[in-house]
Design a protein around this ligand. Structure first.
Ligand code: R5P
Length: 291
């Protein structure tokens, strides 16, 4: 039985359809003091012995909700609890960057592991975070699907990543688009603060060409809008922005639209205005392959 977190309802429903498994009734309540109460009245040991919780941990509340859903299905008799984190929050703090800092992804992974027999996550920021779970999590790669919504008439396309760390994603999108022959490249990025980045362009000629810029996450949109601005300064034709996790916090969507992007495509690991690609088929394959 598929059990949805409150922020992943559409994806959980799509996964249930994909796997032809029932979708549990779930309630998300809050006590007057603000404490959460996520419950699964539709789950019982007679209705299912395996619960697949699907919940992107996009906030502190969402983290708590996962722990409650795991506990609720276990209490109701689930023999096996699979936890799917389409987007793993706190994944970017995967090391103590300064003295005294926590390794936040390890801390949340440890907590989530206590209620899980198996964990899956989609394109984590660094694959190494999978090792923080016990048992180790499976990283599902859904990046190839980002080529699906791209128009099929791209002019001499360049598949670009805004920093070296995301070049694999740009290559995956290139491979999945058309005959898989487009050029790939990356910019260099220096992060100045949470909202400020400095992008150094590469030598690739983009004048008169269409460019697809791919990253794993778009959060504030600073990285992407800087990259898009440089591309326009250099005479690019159209710019399409794609990402696995369209967090799009605050004014990110507007920032990118004003920077002159043709379209913003993301997946439903984060449900919002850019979530045009579903990771449900990739998750279904991963779940079925290993059972
Ligand atoms: C960081 O290295 C990630 O890959 C993304 O580039 C980053 O999270 C994007 O953040 P923002 O949209 O706030 O610039």
């Amino acid at each position: 039985m598929i059990v949805s977190g409150s922020r992943s309802q559409s994806l959980a429903a799509a996964l249930a359809r994909e796997l032809e498994q029932p979708l549990a009734a779930v309630e998300y309540d809050r006590f007057p003091d603000g404490e959460l109460l996520a419950s699964v009245p539709g789950f019982s040991a007679s209705s299912a012995d395996r619960a697949v919780i699907v919940a992107s941990t996009v906030s502190s509340d969402a983290h708590l909700e996962v722990l409650q859903l795991q506990d609720a299905v276990r209490e109701a008799g689930a023999e096996e609890v699979v936890t799917v984190l389409p987007y793993m929050g706190y994944g970017r703090q995967d090391e103590a960057f300064e003295a005294g800092q926590p390794i936040s992804s390890r801390a949340v992974a440890r907590a989530i592991s206590t209620g899980a027999d198996r964990v899956l996550t989609v394109n984590p920021h660094e694959k190494s975070v999978c090792g923080f779970f016990e048992p180790a999590a499976t990283a599902v790669d859904a990046a190839g699907r980002l080529a699906d919504p791209l128009p099929d008439d791209l002019t001499d396309p360049v598949f670009l990543s805004p920093d070296a760390g995301a070049i694999d994603l740009a290559e995956t999108v290139r491979d999945a688009y058309g005959d898989g022959t487009g050029e790939t490249d990356y910019f260099e990025k220096t992060r100045l603060s949470g909202e400020e980045v400095e992008i150094s362009p590469s030598d690739t000629v983009v004048e008169g060409r269409d460019v697809v810029v791919t990253d794993d996450i778009i959060a504030t949109g600073s990285t992407m809008s800087e990259a898009v601005a440089i591309l326009h300064e250099r005479g690019v034709d159209r710019v399409f922005v794609t990402c696995v996790h369209p967090l799009l916090t605050a004014n990110a969507f507007t920032k990118l639209s004003r920077a002159g992007v043709e379209a913003i495509y993301g997946t439903d690991t984060i449900e919002g205005p850019a979530s045009v690609v579903s990771v449900a088929p990739a998750l279904a394959t991963a779940l079925e392959t290993n059972y």
